[in-house]
Design a protein around this ligand. Structure first.
Ligand code: CO
Length: 208
């Protein structure tokens, strides 16, 4: 697709948006007030806003390979801090997806390069649940289960941050959710690991 087509698409999109919602961009330019922070995979098949029907301005988004939340990643932590302390989002959604390339690579013995250091964190998740994952029949089932387990771990990583725990201590309402998306049918599934307060945080990671 020639690049010009992307710019043409942009103009058509602006016309359509303005026709459907007059003054949309003028209003949006004044402020953003999203209620949700989305932490998802960079995979092109998982476009955050589209799959949850959110308009520009409704979703604050951070995406990286395999939707990881690492305590040494100042990019992700800065997004998290801004979302919680300035935007005051009410929900943080960690969303993984089945068949994730990052998770697949972490399960393979092959060396890929720099990315292996990033994906090492998924190997840690695998090591913790190797019995359960290895007992599954078929590679796809093992990958998909590790995709779910990875989301669950990233939800824990979010609530282990000082950012989220300090927000709760201030009395801020904030829930952290783990979801997984199926690229094959477009459907999201709630993994039922929502954390709504410090009482649900492992005491080892609790700060006050
Ligand atoms: Co992915």
């Amino acid at each position: 697709m020639p690049l010009k087509e992307l710019l043409d698409n942009n103009r058509k999109w602006v016309e359509r948006m303005e026709a459907e919602h007059p003054g949309f961009f003028r209003k949006l330019a004044r402020q953003q007030k999203p209620e949700y922070l989305w932490i998802g995979c960079a995979d092109s098949r998982v476009p955050a806003n589209e799959i949850v029907g959110m308009m520009p301005g409704e979703l604050f988004v951070h995406r990286n390979v395999a939707n990881l939340v690492l305590h040494t990643d100042f990019n992700c932590l800065s997004v998290l801090e801004f979302a919680v302390e300035v935007l005051k989002v009410r929900h943080i959604i960690v969303c993984g997806h089945y068949g994730c390339g990052g998770v697949t690579a972490a399960l393979s013995p092959h060396r890929h390069g720099l990315i292996d250091n990033w994906l090492r964190h998924i190997r840690d998740v695998y090591r913790q649940h190797a019995g359960e994952v290895d007992a599954l029949a078929g590679e796809q089932a093992r990958i998909d289960r590790l995709c779910e387990l990875n989301v669950m771990q990233q939800v824990r990583n979010v609530v282990h941050t000082t950012i989220v725990q300090a927000a709760w201590d201030r009395g801020q309402r904030l829930a952290v959710h783990g979801w997984i998306y199926s690229v094959a049918d477009g459907l999201l599934r709630d993994l039922q690991v929502t954390v709504k307060g410090p009482d649900q945080v492992d005491p080892v990671y609790r700060t006050e």
